[in-house]
Design a protein around this ligand. Structure first.
Ligand SMILES: *Cc1c(COP(=O)(O)O)cnc(C)c1O
Length: 388
């Protein structure tokens, strides 16, 4: 039986996998210790669990456990990377290169750094959402300390040419930081092969709990320096103080392990469902899929429907299907998505777009139902427009 409403906003957050919850529960009650308590069993147990999770997280991205710093989520990881590198590399320069379609956690942090004396180059993207690699290389200066480019976009799912970017960063001796929150756990992300020096990720986008994330900080070739932004006890090798969220971290580790095992199978299944959704909806006239369709994470589809206001469409569907027009952070305002505008969409087309974010628990049946509901709603709304 179909359970309504159907959840298709997995880029905003994912339901926690029950297997993750099971792993976490004992750490709220029985194993409640502080991982920094080194004088008794309660502390040792908690510490061992955290270190096990650190291995699970590191394994998913091909890193060493020592290179993982636990944080409260990708927003904090983005802040720590940008602010921490800006402070640590002040002697080399103050120039950072990033992209207009980054997540707000990056954009707003860069704007904050501008006020503190940073020079930020915001690269544009092409109509398919990808950056121009030549433009990136041209933007590098002697005082460039960091290239900050997300792995996969949260609104369109478009995957940047990460390895090429990594090569260019290496060639010019500039650090490469990637917010990989939407890529990790969906596609293979490997920090060594990808040439990533610093990487942000979050548990609640990969069927783990909210309020936990990590920053990968490379320890050799090169060893990256980061100045802590939260002081107080020197936890996480001095990069992020504060008592560790042990249950959250344990859940994050389990979520990563599940992705390591199940990711490729999930990806195959979800891309089939996503493509079916797109193909079926494309049979309506005036439908455009946004972003490079060949270079996307498998769960995401961003579609514009000509003559439709997506806010109205979302409301008319909302009883049965949970959808958004893009970032959860901007959905309250319903101004046109800055990501879609950067791809060159008009305000009107940007305001007519829906983001479908499929996930591990999305079924065939749910997609069939979604296709018919969206189709009916679009036709209905268009008929109203035609009448008026
Ligand atoms: C969700 C998301 C974030 C924010 O992550 P939180 O853990 O919710 O702070 C940052 N970047 C991207 C690309 C995201 O999708």
């Amino acid at each position: 039986m179909l359970q309504l409403p159907i959840y298709l906003d997995n880029n905003a957050t994912t339901p926690m996998d029950p297997r993750v919850l099971d792993t976490m529960l004992p750490f709220f009650t029985k194993h409640f210790g502080n991982a920094a308590s080194s004088t008794h069993k309660f502390g040792w147990e908690a510490e061992a669990a955290v270190e096990y999770a650190r291995e699970q997280v590191a394994t998913l991205i091909g890193a060493e456990p020592k290179e993982i710093v636990f944080t409260s989520g990708a927003t904090e990881s983005d802040n720590l990377a940008l602010n921490g590198i800006f402070e640590a590399y002040a002697a080399k320069g103050n120039h950072i290169i990033t992209v207009t379609t980054e997540h707000k956690a990056v954009i707003d942090t860069c704007k904050h750094l501008e006020k503190k004396g940073a020079e930020i180059t915001f690269l544009d993207v092409k109509a398919d959402g990808l950056i121009d690699i030549m433009e990136l290389e041209d933007a590098i200066r002697p005082d460039t300390i960091l290239i900050c480019i997300m792995y996969a976009n949260n609104e369109t799912g478009v995957i940047q040419s990460i390895r090429e970017i990594g090569d260019i960063a290496k060639k010019h001796g500039v650090l490469f930081f990637s917010d990989a929150t939407q890529a990790v756990g969906k596609i293979s992300v490997k920090v060594l092969e990808d040439g990533i020096d610093v990487l942000a990720m979050s548990a609640h986008k990969i069927y783990g709990p909210k309020g936990v994330g990590a920053l990968y900080v490379r320890r050799k070739n090169p060893r990256v320096k980061i100045i802590a932004q939260i002081d107080g006890g020197g936890h996480e090798r001095g990069m992020r103080s504060g008592t560790l969220n042990v249950p959250g971290i344990v859940g994050f580790g389990k979520a990563c392990e599940l992705c390591s095992v199940e990711m490729s199978k999930d990806a195959e299944r979800l891309s089939v469902l996503r493509n079916r959704l797109e193909n079926e909806l494309s049979s309506l006239k005036g439908v455009a899929v946004n972003g490079n369709i060949k270079r996307r994470i498998p769960n995401t589809s961003n579609i514009s429907f000509v003559d439709i206001n997506s806010a109205g469409l979302i409301v008319s569907l909302s009883k049965n299907i949970a959808l958004s027009s893009g970032s959860a952070c901007t959905s309250a305002t319903h101004s046109p998505s800055f990501v879609l505008k950067a791809l060159g969409l008009s305000d009107e087309m940007a305001l007519s777009s829906l983001r479908f974010g499929l996930g591990r628990f999305t079924t065939d049946e749910e997609i069939d139902y979604t296709i018919s509901q969206v189709r009916d709603s679009v036709l209905e709304l268009r008929a109203l427009v035609a009448e008026s």
